[in-house]
Write a protein that binds this ligand. Structure first.
Ligand SMILES: CC(C)(COP(=O)(O)OP(=O)(O)OC[C@H]1O[C@@H](n2cnc3c(N)ncnc32)[C@H](O)[C@@H]1OP(=O)(O)O)[C@@H](O)C(=O)NCCC(=O)NCCS
Length: 146
């Protein structure tokens, strides 16, 4: 079946956000800051007509880095059923490509430590200490210059 990455709406991200990333949270907590901001884009990876992966991109500046043209990845997830099949790769490439197209200088995310190796494949590097947002496990800031 055909695999493709398309822009989706913020509300379309919420089902997978909840299922994969935040099963313990209520619907309103799945709305992230600036989800509806005009700079923000949400991408979906489809297999046939089914949405099986999501990633969102915000024009946000990381703490301690004074670079205005910074793009933040959030809500990156692929369905368990389709892991290891290249959907994450397609979504990441699309997000990095979009950030470059917008003349972004920095691409970054708060990464789960379990996903560090995934992000390293795209040239992101860990900065700073491990931190643990409530209920979400250990995280690190990861960053790449574009
Ligand atoms: C992390 C995640 C998005 C990866 O998606 P995926 O669709 O499995 O990724 P792909 O199949 O495109 O994998 C691309 C490459 O990354 C590697 N990879 C995938 N997940 C990895 C991980 N957690 N750690 C290290 N490498 C990983 C794959 O082996 C593959 O490597 P290869 O190109 O050498 O074969 C997915 O595992 C996921 O949704 N995890 C749960 C939610 C999560 O942790 N999201 C990140 C929040 S910060």
């Amino acid at each position: 079946m055909e695999t493709e990455v398309k822009k989706i709406t913020a509300s379309e991200t919420r089902k997978l956000r909840q299922l994969i990333l935040r099963p313990h949270q209520r619907a309103e907590e799945l709305i992230y800051e600036d989800d509806e901001h005009p700079d923000t884009v949400h991408f979906g990876a489809f297999i046939g007509n089914e949405l099986e992966g999501i990633a969102s991109l915000y024009k946000h500046i990381p703490d301690g880095i004074e670079v205005k043209d910074s793009w933040r990845l959030r809500g990156m997830a692929t369905s368990e059923k389709f892991r290891g099949r290249g959907l994450g790769l397609l979504l990441m490439n699309r997000c990095i490509e979009h950030s470059k197209k917008m003349n972004g200088k920095i691409f970054w995310c708060n990464a789960r430590t379990t996903a560090e190796g995934f992000y390293e494949k795209f040239g992101l590097k860990r900065i700073g200490e491990v931190f643990t947002p409530e209920g979400l496990g250990e995280h690190i800031v990861m960053i790449k210059k574009l």
